[in-house]
Design a protein around this ligand. Structure first.
Ligand code: NDP
Length: 334
């Protein structure tokens, strides 16, 4: 069913992968129709995630071209496809994860769309969902964090990073944060990190020695590493015996050519998780979202919004996040 909707919309498309020059802001993209089991969302806020840069640059492959970037947003249900669940009727305030979010309207699988409780405003939902759920699933599933554990978090002042710092404090873990500037390290501490370090990429031994000193010579129980290529070796070096190395991002490039036998030096568990495979069903997604709203309402966790950019300023927003000039969440306003 469609109510009175426009025929075309604003959207950011790419025709091929490449640098920020492939980003095209268009005003005449045909309005998508919701297919079976889908709802069409009128976006009020669009969330920017680092993964959007992988699909633009070619680190990950877009399924087809032209491709509309963007994997989360929040707004109002504008139309429903056949067999969409009854709690997602036209006019419902929702947040979602999916594809094609850099647009005025986005068709989304109802499995990845959640109706928002009154206590969660639409902007907070768009600014939280994907990055915060990533953090929640990391601390629950990638490594089940225990009170008192030492945890290393990379890019700790970023979107996912600030959620990890806050969540780890909420569950009583002790966080060692890394970030590239003093301002970012300060922010990580304000959000719950006990210690904040430089990466020391030019001298891994200095970094390893510092972490070992902080952890009484043992190393950390787990690392949540999103930087990938440039930090993988130092992260693995500071995991304690029987600890967990969770590598969940490629901000500096993907980790390749890893020799499995290296794990046996300390019987380390290595995981390379992705959020979507932790919350693949409607039930898992709804449960995870509920847990997140609870963290926001009861534990007072919050999202730091770096900036909200008009959709047409997508190139600037992208350059800011890729240029490591941001902290917390970037939003686009259609
Ligand atoms: P962020 O806000 O964290 O931005 C990325 C940060 O990475 C930068 O701010 C920067 O922080 C750091 N960084 C380190 N090296 C580089 C580099 N060479 N170029 C650019 N940035 C670099 O983004 P998100 O919160 O959206 O995502 C964080 C990470 O988590 C990403 O790697 C993303 O792919 C991953 N992720 C994975 C998910 C999954 O399911 N597996 C889900 C969501 C996110 P600094 O300057 O302090 O180093």
């Amino acid at each position: 069913r469609m109510s009175s909707l426009p025929k075309t919309m604003k959207a950011v498309q790419i025709q091929r992968t490449g640098g920020t020059d492939v980003l095209q802001f268009k005003t005449d993209v045909p309005l998508p129709q919701p297919e079976e089991g889908e709802v069409l969302i009128k976006n009020e806020f669009i969330g920017i995630n680092y993964i959007d840069t992988y699909f633009r640059s070619g680190v990950y492959s877009p399924p087809s071209f032209p491709y509309i970037l963007g994997r989360e947003g929040a707004g109002i249900v504008a139309a429903v496809g056949t067999n969409a669940p009854s709690d997602l009727s036209i006019g419902t305030r929702v947040a979602y994860m999916g594809q094609y979010a850099y647009a005025e309207y986005t068709p989304v699988a109802s499995n990845y769309t959640v109706a928002l409780p009154d206590s969660i405003d639409t902007k907070t939902a768009a600014a939280s969902l994907l990055q915060a759920l990533t953090a929640v699933t990391l601390i629950r599933e990638a490594y089940a964090v225990q009170k008192g554990d030492w945890i290393l978090v990379t890019a700790a002042a970023g979107g996912v990073g600030l959620w990890l710092c806050q969540l780890l404090r909420a569950v009583g873990a002790r966080t060692i944060a890394t970030a590239s500037t003093e301002e970012k390290r300060q922010l990580a501490k304000e959000n719950g990190a006990e210690v904040a370090l430089e990466y020391h990429e030019d001298d891994r031994d200095v970094f390893v020695k510092k972490v070992l000193e902080i952890t009484g010579g043992e190393g950390v129980h787990a690392v949540f590493d999103s930087v990938g290529k440039s930090t993988f070796d130092s992260s693995l070096a500071v995991v304690r015996r029987k600890g967990t190395m969770a590598s969940f991002g490629n901000a500096s490039g993907p980790v390749t050519g890893f020799a499995l036998a290296r794990l046996s030096a300390k019987n380390v568990k290595l995981v390379r998780p992705t959020l979507f495979n932790y919350i693949a069903t409607r039930e898992e997604f709804q449960e995870a979202a509920k847990e997140l709203w609870k963290f926001i309402e009861k534990d007072g966790l919050n999202v730091k919004i770096h900036s909200m950019y008009p959709l047409e300023d997508v190139v600037k927003a992208t350059r800011d996040i890729e240029g490591r000039r941001t902290t917390g969440k970037l939003l686009l306003k259609p």
